[in-house]
Design a protein around this ligand. Structure first.
Ligand code: ADP
Ligand code: ADP
Length: 226
């Protein structure tokens, strides 16, 4: 469902050029749970941003469900991202003044979905992460693990084809981490949801279909041997 060919990305800092990705080839299949590992500064966030269509490559090709994503066309990227990609960040990025329910509802509201359908879907997503009883709690009234589960409910509520997660289990206890693994596997298996996760968590890695290692902008194990 996601293919990268010869993808490069550099940043300019003053007079320096930083080569964050140096020719990435990557194939991720529908329903696959793929982990990205690699030391700090190796390019993991840059790769997640490109795969999540938050940013575009300097060179190379990004194909999403077989269609090439044009580097210059930000409108097309934004529309595709809103419809089909869910994000989970290490820092949750929940809106502090909104209840768990309203945080999860927000992406559906942005998509213009009718209130009754939103209500049903928000309830299902909160149920899926084990937080059916916590919809009216604000983030500051929830534990770290519960907040991360709200963030995951928000990512999956629009039935994304791809979920991108940056160290999603970093702040979770063992029980919650195991629940998240089970949820990912269920969504991958039942709905073909694809997961791309930056993680070093030994509680998660054994449950991923594949681990890809990034080292200074070069990816090992990205493409299948055909
Ligand atoms: P990781 O997520 O593995 O820590 P990043 O993708 O964040 O790696 O960073 C890869 C390299 O690109 C690092 O050298 C980092 O300092 C640099 N970098 C990332 N984002 C920017 C930016 N916006 N401006 C300049 N340099 C950046
Ligand atoms: P919904 O009421 O939103 O259709 P369900 O109760 O059937 O959801 O399923 C529970 C969770 O499973 C949903 O919150 C959603 O994360 C996920 N899910 C359901 N259907 C799909 C789908 N077609 N594609 C991806 N994920 C789905």
């Amino acid at each position: 469902m996601l293919t990268l060919r010869g993808v490069r990305k550099s940043y300019t800092l003053g007079s320096d050029t930083i080569h964050a990705l140096r020719g990435i080839d990557l194939d991720i299949a529908r329903g696959e749970i793929a982990a990205i590992t690699g030391p700090s500064g190796s390019g993991k966030s840059t790769l997640l941003n490109l795969c999540g269509l938050l940013d575009s490559a300097d060179a190379g090709e990004v194909r999403y469900d077989g269609a090439t994503v044009a580097a210059g066309n930000e409108q097309e990227r934004t529309a595709l991202r809103r419809q089909t990609i869910g994000f989970v960040f290490q820092s949750f990025n929940l809106v502090p003044v909104m209840s768990a329910h309203d945080n999860v509802d927000f992406p559906l509201y942005l998509l213009g979905i009718a209130a009754s359908e939103r209500q049903r879907r928000v309830a299902a997503a909160l149920e899926a992460v084990g937080l059916a009883a916590f919809g009216q709690h604000r983030p500051d009234q929830l534990s770290g693990g519960q907040r991360q589960r709200v963030a995951i409910a928000r990512a999956i509520v629009k039935h994304p084809r791809l979920v991108i997660a940056d160290e999603p289990s970093a702040n979770l206890d063992a029980v919650t981490a195991a629940q998240i693994v089970a949820l990912m596997q269920r969504l991958a298996h039942e709905h073909g949801t694809t997961f791309l996760i930056a993680t070093h968590d030994e509680r998660l890695l054994p449950h991923c279909d594949r681990a890809l290692n990034l080292d200074d902008g070069v990816l090992a194990g990205g493409s299948y041997a055909h």
